[in-house]
Design a protein around this ligand. Structure first.
Ligand code: KMH
Ligand code: ZN
Length: 284
């Protein structure tokens, strides 16, 4: 099996700083977290940004600051969220792509999100996909439900998206597909040929789905975006969620990928730096 790629999603848009003292919601905290999760064994960091007050923001300067702090601290693959937070406009969600991170998410369909709706109509998906192409940013396809794989194929048939891609199954969102191993197996069976995949289980399903992915040859996403707890009643840090996956993979005989190995497995180019984005004036 290929080495295991561990993505850490340390912040997200839904957890608030009053829920845990471990949420790295400023660029400085993201930089510190990048160093710690890299040391623990992560190779990709999935980035959301907050204001100093802890509110969600897709401000381009704030993302540039976060990207710089992460890059100063680590060689992690930097993956921006284009999902952002409920209520952001599609333009707002996509504008940060001009910073040209190595990767960014592309959610492949609308999904209920608790009492809210995470809207990803075909025009929204085509718009974000066009920005991904414009700035040469590799997508990670976020799949919250099985029909989202059908949508990805439809986007590809319409020329908005190349296939295969790297896919992340986000399972257990209230409104999306349940986080069960059976559902994961069904999704993997339905993947377009040649796609690599990882799984992010929400809440207490994070660990069992990570264990399934280790055994199945997939990859893993952990972090506070999806799960606040290490065990019942005990709040987690991002680095210890990563370290636990590394220990389990090691016991299972599955080596863990470095960022360089992950870049090779995903067919990414050389590591990028914030100076390569448009904000700094030097388009590549
Ligand atoms: N916060 C969710 C509404 C992504 O990062 O691309 C969307 C999300 C997906 O977190
Ligand atoms: Zn996210």
């Amino acid at each position: 099996m290929d080495p295991l790629i561990i993505t850490c999603a340390p912040v997200g848009a839904e957890i608030t700083p009053d829920q845990t003292p471990h949420l790295p919601y400023t660029p400085q905290l993201l930089g510190e977290t990048a160093r710690k999760i890299r040391e623990a064994g992560a190779s990709i960091i999935h980035v959301h940004c907050r204001t100093d007050a802890g509110e969600n923001t897709h401000n381009i300067a704030r993302f540039h600051e976060a990207y710089s702090a992460i890059r100063d601290a680590s060689d992690l693959i930097v993956q921006f969220s284009t999902g952002g937070a409920i209520g952001m406009t599609p333009d707002e969600r996509a504008a940060i792509l001009e910073l040209r991170p190595e990767m960014a998410t592309l959610t492949c369909g609308t999904v209920n999100f608790g009492d809210d709706v995470f809207e990803n109509s075909f025009p929204i998906m085509r718009g974000i996909a066009a920005k991904l192409r414009e700035f040469n940013v590799r997508p990670e396809l976020e799949i919250f439900d099985k029909g989202h794989l059908t949508n990805a194929r439809r986007l590809a048939a319409g020329g908005s998206l190349g296939l295969p891609q790297h896919v992340d199954f986000v399972l257990g969102v209230p409104g999306g597909l349940d986080a069960t191993v059976q559902n994961l197996c069904d999704l993997v069976d339905a993947l377009p040929a040649g796609c690599t995949w990882s799984v992010a289980g929400v809440g207490r399903q994070q660990l069992p789905l990570a264990m399934a992915a280790i055994a199945m040859g997939g990859h893993v996403r952990v972090g506070l975006e999806d799960n606040l707890y290490y065990s019942k009643g005990r709040l987690a840090t991002n680095e210890e969620l990563v370290a636990r996956v590394v220990r389990i993979a090691t016991e299972a005989g599955r080596p863990v990928a470095t960022p360089e190995q992950a870049r090779a497995l995903l067919g990414l180019g050389a590591m990028r730096h914030p100076s390569q984005g448009l904000q700094s004036g030097s388009a590549n």
